[in-house]
Design a protein around this ligand. Sequence first.
Ligand SMILES: Nc1ncnc2c1ncn2[C@@H]1O[C@H](COP(=O)(O)OP(=O)(O)O)[C@@H](O)[C@H]1O
Ligand code: SF4
Ligand SMILES: [Mg+2]
Length: 330
Amino acid sequence: MPLLSVQNLSAYYQTEVYGVSRTVRAVDGVSFELYPNEIYGVAGESSCGKTTLIKVISGSIKPPLKAHAGSVNFQFGAYEIDMLKISQAELRENIRWKEISYVMQGSMSVLNPVRKVIKTFEDIVDSHQPITNKKLFLAETQAHINRLGLTDDVLDAYPHQLSGGMRQRVAIALATVFHPSLIIADEPTTALDVVVQRGVLQTIKEIQAESGNTVLLVTHDIAVHANVADRLMIMYAGRIAEEAPTENIFAAPLHPYTQHLVSSLPVIGERSTKASLKGAPPNLANPPAGCRFHPRCPLAIDICRTDVPEMLQVAERHRVACHLVKDGSQ
Ligand SMILES: Nc1ncnc2c1ncn2[C@@H]1O[C@H](COP(=O)(O)OP(=O)(O)O)[C@@H](O)[C@H]1O
Ligand code: SF4
Ligand SMILES: [Mg+2]
């Protein structure tokens, strides 16, 4: 049974500037499911709607963002929770940190710059489960951060005294205190250099393998997904272009946009320059008709300019939305 089921979800930013209203169709008709014990990657270039998607599924919708259509249901044990209807109070008390937690880019949104790291742990733990034994709390917190490769002195530091990689590990430690069923990581390694990035990704993988929970890993960096994700969703301009197990995405990508992403990965020993994609991603306030990729697609045909391609199931866990893809081939 899926842990999360998203069906036909659309979420738009509705803004009004100098009396002119604008609708940004950041997430448009997205359906997917997350299962227990997997790392599910969401890839796609900047501004394609990745962060908006996770805001909606985690119940963090605030104006000007509005859910326009569709459903988001979480299955926690025997309970099914409608994330589009959940109250902020219930989210705060029962869901956030305990069932769903976040690791964000830069990590400073969760760390208070004027409080020592241990105080942030105290605030989060105490707000869900009042701390009655401070010694035990400290010992448990130390053991927890040690498991993530951090030493005890980190708890006594202010966030600015830590490196970016250590702060990201602290953010992961905070996100895993209550062993949530779902950890959402939004560009968790984007600001880090490659070596530190590898360490943080390894930590995310180890934690997931140990606890068997689900990780939703969002990053524009397809190379990160190649190393970490079990399954991968490729997003383009607010829609899903393709979804498959990661090895299928890299071995046999079917959507022209996925093919571009995969072929743009550097190959050791190869000297030729990679072909770049012409044009820019569309403005989601006025997206192109038909397939939103058509103005940039080298394979576009007439129907692509008028008809939205349907999502086609081409193999057991492989879905593609492209007019040229039929029965698993292009
Ligand atoms: N608060 C906002 N108001 C209006 N548009 C927004 C807002 N936040 C994001 N957007 C727009 O929504 C689209 C998707 O953004 P986002 O979800 O942040 O993409 P990603 O995470 O893939 O970079 C972009 O066109 C972005 O400009
Ligand atoms: S539907 Fe058409 S424009 Fe879109 S990816 Fe397929 S071939 Fe290209
Ligand atoms: Mg983002």
